[in-house]
Design a binder for this molecule. Sequence first.
Ligand SMILES: *Cc1c(COP(=O)(O)O)cnc(C)c1O
Length: 222
Amino acid sequence: MSIAENIDLIKANLPLNVSLVAVSKTKPAELLMEAYNHGQRAFGENKVQELVWKYEALPKDIEWHYIGHLQTNKVKYIAPFVHLIHGVDSFKLLKTIDSEARKAGRTIACLLQFHIAEEETKFGLSVLEAEGILSSAEYKLLENVRISGVMGMATYTDDENQVRKEFACLKTYFEKLKSDYFSDYESFNTISMGMSGDYLIAIEEGSTMVRIGSTIFGERYY
Ligand SMILES: *Cc1c(COP(=O)(O)O)cnc(C)c1O
């Protein structure tokens, strides 16, 4: 099956309010262009260097999503062009994004990443930590970041109920933050959850943005 056919099959499963980020990490520019030529504009990458060279090599109307763990000393390389940073998992990172966005003359949209999985290895905030950030005086001074929702990754397991429970949990975090901190902000509207193996469950549990790689581009070889 071609990349175009894979995208069409996924899109047929997506409600209109759910957007697709094509996760193109490790894949060469030609494959991204196949998706681009089929109309795909949102691409996700998880390595700063790779994102920068792809940004430079590919059409300028692509929306680049940074979906990986982001080190503060690398924010400056993507701040001039990144569309959405999914993995904000510390106040320090948020503050760095704000200052690099200011230098670049931009406002950068960010998602707060929550730890919802059982695996210790996955990154993310707890609700308490997120509330600590959002209720602080320091946060209110940030002018060049816009928190537009939440992101999370479920446990890598065949246990569908476990995955469903974790996605449902992220949805409740979203609703709580929405009502406590963002009720006046239309732009707080994104729940980024769901990958190749679990995106149908994520949609049932309220995802508005799925991040899909291998189902579009094939398996990754490292
Ligand atoms: C790699 C990755 C994806 C896509 O994974 P697939 O299983 O290939 O769809 C989604 N989200 C994040 C954060 C990733 O690192």
